[in-house]
Design a protein around this ligand. Sequence first.
Ligand code: SAH
Ligand code: SF4
Ligand code: F3S
Length: 441
Amino acid sequence: MGKRYHLTTFGCQMNEHDSERMKGMLESLGYSEAADRGDADLILFNTCSIREKADDRFIAHLREANALKRRAPNTVIGVGGCWAQSVKDEVFQRFPFVDVAFGPGQVHRLAEFLTSDSLTAQGYFEFEGFTGDLPAKRAREFQGWLQISVGCNCVCSYCIVPSTRGREVSRDPETLVAEVRRLAADGVSEVTLLGQNVNSYGRDLPGERRLSFSDLLRRVDAVPGIRRIRYTSPHPKDMREDVILAHAELGALCEHIHLPLQSGSSPVLKRMRRTYTRERYLDRVALIREHLPDCALTTDIIVGFPGETEEDFRRTLEVAEEVGYDGAFTFLYSPRRGTEAAELDGQVPHELKVERLEQLVEVIQRRAAERAQRFVGRTLEVLVEGPSRTDPTRLRGRTRHNKVVNFDGLGTPGEYVPVTITGATSQTLTGEMSLLARAAG
Ligand code: SAH
Ligand code: SF4
Ligand code: F3S
């Protein structure tokens, strides 16, 4: 029987995408996927280090893998991704049972390691190449990721990513458009463009090949078969009118913008090195609302950044109240090794962070529930993803605004169906498939 692998993925969409590439690569080497870790010859982890909790979760899994290896000593244990990059060769001292470790830029080296007869532990931590150039095994047939750049040139003082993913490098536009064409030919109708700062795309490309992010969106929109385009994340400092206007102009570009706020207080933003102020952020929101009144807006917010006062926090609550996000990811600030903010004075006690988070979540959810009422009574295009998680007799899908909808109706995953929305909470919509609209077209 051929060799089997088991892969556990932590972290963001970037990692999900890298994992699809790892799977594609392993299958091209003749490996097949094992349902259980205990049945695998190769136990792999694609790790994240964005917050301390991410580290802790992963270490528990790694210990379990070690226990399995003690029973089956030929098992190979591999650790890839951002955590691996952040500790580098130290991984072999701390966890001597690990056979191979590699950073996010070194996924292709995994194949090299597996096909060599190397018996010693190997680590690969250069920044080079794009996982996007490797074959992929997609989790869903109809949805695809497109890695448009790697790395990040920002220096947000709390963030570990610049040190784990390196400097920003954009992929060539022709390569990207060709990849979208291939995805479309392969049945993908929804594509998500990925980068740490997508709207700075292209600035590092040589003159004759340079393309702005909005022009890249235009090129992707023109590919036949692509019905929905999403992207994550844009940085507020680079959110210009051309990208906002592209939403109004391009048929496939979805009515959703994820615009990370991080804090509503300008002095905190300054210490975070976000390079925009509260006013400039709100100005971007006003521009979005002016051109795209119905567009969903979501965000990321960190509470308890070092030195955050009650007044600073109140400013964040105010922005959340004023903007009225359709949804938000909220985080407790977590000091990360090697980052500037971890060394700052005024670290906020854990209990206070938790208290502030609760207050913030209350505002976010209340405003999101209010915002969601605008969908009730409307018939929206829903991309069917599968059965509802709470009630398997119903279906679950997503609107162009990126809202999850649980609904009664018929449809197979990957199909676009019209759904009349009958109810809305802060998180999800409910509805009924509109048969008339379907019959009409
Ligand atoms: N490049 C993306 C997101 C990167 S990480 C962007 O800039 O938008 C995703 C989110 O994790 C960030 O937006 C931030 O809100 C949060 N985050 C990053 N580092 C963190 C830390 N040290 N503690 C708490 N949250 C953090
Ligand atoms: Fe981290 Fe800031 Fe870069 Fe996002 S933009 S990845 S938060 S450094
Ligand atoms: Fe993503 Fe986590 Fe790395 S959020 S970029 S996998 S540190």
